[in-house]
Design a protein. Structure first.
Length: 98
């Protein structure tokens, strides 16, 4: 909750009104317009940093990154989906958010 408070003070998130208030442990957070802009800016900065790092690689290494990146992206997406499914499955049965 502390991170939410800091981000709310910064104006990048707000607590959504669309939440079941009977479960005090659950907070639905939405990004504000300013929050989305920060997200876009940070994403662009990371992409630029990666571009510079990849430019330091040999042509062969750059090609390997270009070929392997789609498979790595898929593997990470599958791992995230599995982790989410396991987290949902592990929630206590008394949790009001099921």
């Amino acid at each position: 909750m502390e991170l939410f408070v800091i981000m709310a003070i910064e104006g990048v998130v707000v607590q959504s009104p669309y939440v079941d208030r009977s479960d005090g442990r659950f907070v639905l957070v939405e990004a504000t317009g300013a929050g989305l802009e920060v997200f876009r800016q940070r994403r662009a900065e990371r992409a630029e940093s990666l571009r510079h790092l990849i430019e330091e690689l040999s042509e062969r290494e750059q090609h390997a990154v270009q070929v392997g990146l789609p498979a790595l992206t898929l593997a990470l997406a599958l791992a995230l989906a599995l982790a989410l499914a396991l987290a949902i499955q592990a929630r206590p049965s008394h949790c009001a958010c099921r």
